[in-house]
Design a protein around this ligand. Structure first.
Ligand SMILES: [Zn+2]
Ligand SMILES: [Zn+2]
Length: 347
């Protein structure tokens, strides 16, 4: 008895339509979740603007990947969840069999199974994600806060991979949703954060989320010098996180870090983007360069636990609510860079 539902379907570059599609029914091992909150995300905006995503989806496709809701139906053989349970269904799950999975890099699984379709009334969750990456939401955590699990998991993994320790100084370049999550997670871990931001409203957001210093790039002549001036003897920060995804800010990150420091290129640039780096400077200053992509099931659990911690200011990341039918105008507004951090789409 399949009936219809409203869902966002992405057809290509800047072409997303709210359509009546078939409502999913769970097959063996699957669950269907009634979406209560789906969050807008920089990755979705990039996919919308570029008209593709190398790893996540093929057009035309159901769209959106940060969600929380309630289990509406379970397929044959599902015992871990029952209708009525509130869950976060993550947007991927690894195979746990390939070379990368066996080497502790499930985020790079060669058969990473992605699921999209959060901007819809219901979403089908594939069996592998039900089994490995669907988490029950603690009673005191709201759906819209729980939906932050996915981006926060990417951030926590980036932080862990950067080996940030309490007392370290860290520059975070960029104060979009991911940059702000990084600032907050790092500050909560006792890291002294210097936020490098662009817009006025990002200054107050970065401060509220725990940045010790904020450098507004358009108000200083030289952002690199401004960051260095905030460190002892201008030596530079221990760790620099790039969360803008532009070649210029990749270079900044390298130039802000101290001798022997670590740079994490956390923003995901467009295909074919290249960057000039001073190899002599990198070598003779013993600078560690790394990049972090995506998350693992273990870090997703740590992310939801952090959201459940009263110290985590989930509300600061939610700056608006909109019904599903307004999704296109929400994306248009994001392209104009308004004050929004994340908008909750209510299907
Ligand atoms: Zn996301
Ligand atoms: Zn794998």
């Amino acid at each position: 008895m399949a009936t219809g539902m409203q869902a966002a379907v992405l057809y290509g570059k800047e072409d997303v339509r709210i359509e009546d599609v078939e409502r999913p029914l769970p097959r063996a091992g699957e669950i269907v979740v009634r979406v209560n909150a789906a969050l807008t995300c920089g990755t979705d905006l990039k996919t919308y603007r570029r008209g593709y995503h190398a790893k996540m989806l093929n057009m035309p496709a159901l769209f959106g990947h940060e969600l929380a809701g309630v289990v509406a139906a379970v397929g044959e053989g599902v015992s871990a969840f029952r209708p009525g349970t509130r869950v976060v269904a993550l947007n991927s799950a690894p195979c746990d069999r390939c070379y990368w999975c066996q080497h502790g890099q499930q985020n790079l699984c060669e058969d990473l199974l992605f699921n999209n379709g959060a901007y819809a009334e219901w979403i089908r969750v594939p069996a592998r994600i039900v089994e490995k990456n669907t988490l029950e939401i603690p009673p005191h955590v709201t759906d819209e806060h729980a939906a932050l699990t996915e981006p926060l998991a990417c951030v926590l993994r980036g932080l862990e991979e950067s080996r940030a320790q309490r007392g370290d100084t860290m520059a975070v370049i960029g104060a979009g949703p991911i940059g702000l999550l990084m600032i907050h997670a790092a500050a909560l871990a006792g890291v002294q954060v210097i936020a490098v931001v662009k817009h006025d409203q990002q200054v107050s957001a970065a401060r509220r989320l725990g940045a010790q210093h904020v450098v507004q790039m358009i108000k200083v002549k030289d952002a690199i010098a401004a960051v260095r001036a905030l460190t002892p003897d201008r030596r530079g920060v221990d760790i620099a996180i790039e969360a803008v995804a532009l070649p210029l800010t990749w270079q900044w990150a390298v130039d802000m870090v101290r001798r022997g420091g670590l740079v994490n290129f956390f923003g995901g640039p467009a295909k074919g983007t290249r960057v000039d780096l001073d190899t002599n400077h990198l070598h003779y200053n013993d600078i560690e360069l790394k990049a972090s992509f995506h998350h693992t099931p273990a870090v997703c659990r740590r992310a939801l636990a952090l959201i459940a911690n009263p110290k985590f200011e989930a509300d600061a990341f939610i700056t608006g609510h909109a019904p599903l039918r307004d999704l296109v105008s929400v994306f248009q507004a994001m392209m104009r860079r308004t004050n929004e951090i994340k908008t909750v789409i209510l299907p």
